[in-house]
Ligand binder design. Structure first.
Ligand code: UGA
Length: 429
């Protein structure tokens, strides 16, 4: 099929490249000229394992193009994917301005029957808004269908998530559009749920809210574990064997961040409020997540005492491993808190430094973990990068000013570190 993807961020680029890999003719479009120019020159604007390879391969096969000409892309395609951002507005609700702009553009460009697939996370009812804007801006009466098709990709594993999804959700009241979408995804052999657009849109919010709540739950359990002498890793393992609970998303740590869980949780709280419903459980999960960042900071103080005048080395800036994304990364709030208490901060991340520099400049950026360690009074691990698990800790012991390690992702071996003479603090252990 001929497909146009509008919005070439994490979701749009992965979706476009993977659809091209499935054999479709795809044009990925974006208003960001610099991003499109990079992609046209074979440069990746984001770090996502496996993506570079399929982009390169499909550009060579001539079934993946990049363009800033959104209207031409729409005109030439049968399926249009909307993959633009819906960040939080000042009240925590989803900001739909990009989605609205795109809908108007599609309306102005529409020249034949098209299926418009919305992948952006939008409040329930937005499919109608998109339909209305397309119709109002169209130059003539063209038939079209707007379908909700939320994405469940995780950054860092987005390519494999695309090809092996747990489920595909299609929200549409039109049988023809649903059938086309079902056919599109048939090769992935995943369960497909065809439902109404409202339920589809809500499924996305409810899923992210549930995941956020699950992590906040285990983070609170972790705090109790510390008080009573239990190990949260063992507790999570024991819980995870229960099929009704499942082992995933039970890792206690520095809290959840990223471009989705924080914004979608706040948007769902807001949506509930607007409909006179009270989502106190999710409000609690958000509050616990904010507290977790203070909790991590207090762990540093527990080991090194007053932070004023101390040097704290930070390992990991991205909101999770295998991504260079730092949006709403717990590292931002935690570093700000440490700095506000008067400490100097040195940081290292294998890939996220450039993105982090756009947010925080007054920290010392280091080229590797050992440079961060030199002269530090403590090392605080905020992202569970594989590289950190294999560090030369005896060398670190020699370089560090004071042998304190705060493992806010429970990714290190406490027994081995303590044996080497480190003071160790994990989360809930
Ligand atoms: C999340 C969802 O998992 C995807 O299904 C969804 O498609 C995506 O949002 C989205 O809406 O676009 P993502 O933001 O890539 O994916 O990251 P997650 O893997 O969900 O991790 C989110 C945060 O939770 C990270 O900061 C991670 O470190 C933290 N986390 C995760 C924990 O603290 N403990 C865990 O056990 C799992």
């Amino acid at each position: 099929m001929k497909i146009c993807v509008i919005g070439t961020g994490y979701v749009g680029l992965v979706t476009g490249a993977c659809l091209a890999q499935m054999g479709h003719q795809v044009v990925c479009t974006d208003v960001d000229e610099e991003k499109i120019s990079k992609l046209c020159h074979g440069l990746m604007p984001i770090y996502e394992p496996g993506l570079d390879e399929i982009v390169t391969k499909n550009r060579k096969r001539m079934n993946l193009e990049f363009s800033t000409n959104i209207e031409a892309g729409v005109k030439a395609s049968e399926l249009i994917f909307i993959c633009v951002g819906t960040p939080s507005d000042e009240n925590g609700a989803a900001d739909l301005s990009s989605v609205k702009k795109v809908a108007k553009k599609i309306g102005r460009a529409i020249n034949s029957y098209k299926i418009i697939v919305n992948k952006s996370t939008v409040p329930v009812g937005s499919i109608r808004l998109v339909s209305d804007l397309i119709r109002e801006n169209a130059s003539d009466f063209y038939n079209f269908d707007v379908v909700s098709n939320p994405e469940f990709l995780r950054e860092g594993t987005a390519v494999s998530d695309f090809f092996k999804p747990d489920r595909i959700i299609i929200g549409s009241t039109n049988e023809k559009a649903s059938a086309v979408m079902e056919e599109l995804y048939r090769p992935l052999k995943a369960p497909v749920l065809i439902t109404d657009p409202e339920s589809s849109e809500m499924t996305k919010y409810a899923s992210n809210a549930f995941l956020a709540t699950k992590i906040s739950f285990i983070n609170e359990i972790a705090r109790i574990c510390e008080k009573i002498g239990a190990d949260v890793k063992e507790v999570a393992k024991g819980m995870g064997y229960d099929k009704r609970i499942g082992p995933e998303f039970l890792e206690a740590g520095a809290g959840w961040g990223g471009s989705c869980l924080p914004k979608d949780s706040k948007a769902l709280v807001k949506m509930a409020e607007e409909h006179n419903c009270n989502f106190s459980l999710l409000e609690g999960a958000v509050r616990i997540n904010e507290e977790q960042q203070k909790y991590v900071t207090s762990k540093v103080e527990k080991l090194v005492g007053e932070l004023r005048g101390k040097r704290i080395g930070i390992m990991g800036l991205s909101f999770k491993p295998n991504t260079d994304d730092v949006r709403d990364s717990p590292a931002i709030a935690i570093i700000e808190k440490i700095k506000a208490k008067g400490a100097k901060v040195k940081v290292y991340d294998p890939v996220a430094e450039e993105n982090f520099k756009k947010i925080l400049t007054d920290v010392e950026y280091c080229d590797d973990a050992y440079q961060v360690t030199e002269g530090s009074n403590a090392l605080l691990f905020l992202t569970a990068w594989e590289e950190f698990k294999n560090l030369d800790f005896p060398k670190i012991k020699e370089l560090i000013e004071f042998p304190a390690i705060i493992d806010a992702r429970n990714c290190l071996d406490p027994g081995a570190l303590k044996e080497m003479g480190f003071l160790y603090e994990g989360i809930g252990r």
